[in-house]
Design a protein around this ligand. Structure first.
Ligand SMILES: Cc1cc2nc3c(=O)[nH]c(=O)nc-3n(C[C@H](O)[C@H](O)[C@H](O)COP(=O)(O)OP(=O)(O)OC[C@H]3O[C@@H](n4cnc5c(N)ncnc54)[C@H](O)[C@@H]3O)c2cc1C
Length: 444
């Protein structure tokens, strides 16, 4: 067994480290992370800012101590500044500036992603915040404790922007939500769904400015407002949430990448250089829906890629099953889940998409309690009839249903396979003519 160096110990890095330490003895595992914490669940940021959970204690599941107890050597607050891929060594500096050099036999890069910073004026104004690390959430939380922060502009209505808008509204601040696209969540959902989400946001007092990208942040010593093509809006704080880019500075010149800079990896997480692996948000994933490498930055993908890399570096050859980009969101109780491609993405990928859809109560109408409307849309290719994506929404928790569609896309099933699928019925759960069957039967 050999020496493995791991750069980055958040979700992907922790999964790789645990896989190596729990399953293989005799490896020398050295871990670097530039941050002072490990395994922060970013999904908790909006929940604690919006005071929907008690605090931040449960938002970490690993630590330097836990990894060291299993045998790793962990350098925290130590940023790797250079990798010499030919000499197989990494150079880092700890928080006191002390240089650390470690050689490796196998290297795993898990440096994650960074918030996208658009080329607009005023981003360096105090009270402009980003949402990524634990510290970023704490900063937003502290700003919202201040009495002078009355109006907040959130830029970006993807899932993080929408979650933050809800959280800020729950803190009693006026909230303006800006988005370049015509709706929220347009990457994942069709208009039939985003229309409901936009209404939910508006009904809860969030002022929507869609089709209105922010061009400038006005201020100087503090934020005074934002400027778009349609007007100027007063604001005391800006939260930037327009997405993430791969943090691949260490290997961009030496390793093959996608156009956005993500390390291109095989299904074993191997980069274009022998003995160098990349995982999580800094790496590509294989999208089963488009049947090629893609960039989908999600903790779920990060964890799975870490497990795959952990086994491969230790000599057990396993391959990723690819991903569907399955995701979910819950805003003011309204729940939406999707997997695979929405109609627009399917068209862009060269398919000929059509939809089969249905809307009904979750349970028979005689069940009066906890019985909400559910809508489902299944997107399939008109020519091959292959399922490409699915979207579901309800105030009910219907999330488990989407996993079946994830597997259907992975297995390249056709819409016709679903129409007569054995789906159980019990009034406590669903209807005899349930919405999945009904949607599939309506396929042309
Ligand atoms: C607010 C928010 C909510 C989210 N909600 C969800 C959700 O509900 N579901 C979901 O699936 N995903 C969610 N995500 C996405 C998810 O958090 C990321 O996909 C995930 O963090 C990726 O993990 P990672 O380990 O690849 O990268 P990162 O989390 O970016 O971690 C990279 C690590 O590498 C370290 N590092 C970077 N460069 C260096 C260097 N040069 N030297 C040493 N260390 C370095 C960093 O300090 C960091 O610890 C959310 C993200 C955010 C920001």
């Amino acid at each position: 067994m050999g020496k493995i160096v791991l750069i980055g110990a958040n979700h992907a890095g922790t999964a790789a480290a645990d896989t190596i330490l729990d399953n293989y003895r005799g490896n020398d595992l050295v871990i670097f992370d530039s941050n002072n914490n490990i395994s922060y669940l970013g999904c908790g940021t909006a929940l604690y800012i919006g005071k929907q959970i008690d605090g931040t204690d449960g938002l970490f599941y690993s630590s330097k101590e836990k990894l060291e107890a299993k045998g790793a050597k962990v350098y925290m607050e130590s940023e790797v500044s250079r990798v010499d891929f030919d000499a197989k060594k990494v150079c880092a500096a700890d928080k006191n500036g002390r240089e650390i050099v470690e050689n490796y036999e196998k290297l795993i890069i898990a440096t994650g992603s960074l918030p996208i910073t658009p080329p607009i004026k005023g981003l360096d104004t105090p009270n402009v915040a980003y949402v990524k690390r634990f510290q970023d959430g704490q900063r937003i939380n502290a700003l919202l404790d201040r009495a002078d922060i009355k109006t907040v502009a959130v830029v970006g209505a993807g899932y993080i922007g929408v979650e933050l808008a809800e959280a800020v509204q729950r803190r009693g601040r006026e909230i303006l939500l800006f988005e370049e696209a015509a709706t929220s969540l347009s990457t994942y959902y069709d208009d039939w769904f985003t229309g409901d989400m936009d209404k939910t946001l508006a009904d809860n007092g969030i002022k929507l400015h869609f089709g209105e990208p922010v061009q400038e942040i006005e201020g100087g010593d503090k934020v005074r407002g934002v400027v778009t093509g349609k007007g100027k809006y007063q604001a005391d704080m800006v939260i930037m949430a327009i997405g993430f880019r791969p943090n691949s500075a260490l290997g961009r010149d030496s390793l093959e990448t996608l156009p956005n800079g993500a390390y291109k990896v095989s299904k074993k997480q191997e980069t274009s250089k022998r003995d160098v692996y990349a995982i999580g948000d800094c790496a590509s994933v294989f999208s089963n829906a488009v049947e090629q490498s893609a960039y989908i930055a999600l903790a779920t993908n990060a964890v799975r890629s870490g497990i795959v890399a952990g086994h491969n570096v230790c000599g057990t050859p396993i391959e990723s099953a690819g991903v569907q980009g399955s995701n979910g969101i819950c805003i003011f109780g309204y729940k939406m889940v999707s997997t695979g491609l929405n109609t627009e993405a399917a068209k862009k990928a060269g398919y000929n998409p059509v939809c089969a859809q249905f809307e009904d109560l979750q349970k028979p109408a005689f069940i009066r309690k906890d019985n909400h409307k559910v809508k489902i849309r299944i997107i399939y290719d008109r020519d091959s009839r292959r399922i490409l994506g699915a979207q579901m929404a309800s105030y009910q928790d219907i999330s488990m249903g989407i996993h079946m569609f994830s597997l259907a896309i992975e297995e390249k099933l056709t819409i016709d396979k679903l129409a007569l699928l054995d789906i159980f019925f019990l009034p406590h759960f669903n209807q005899p003519y349930n919405y999945i069957t009904m949607a599939a039967l309506s396929a042309v």
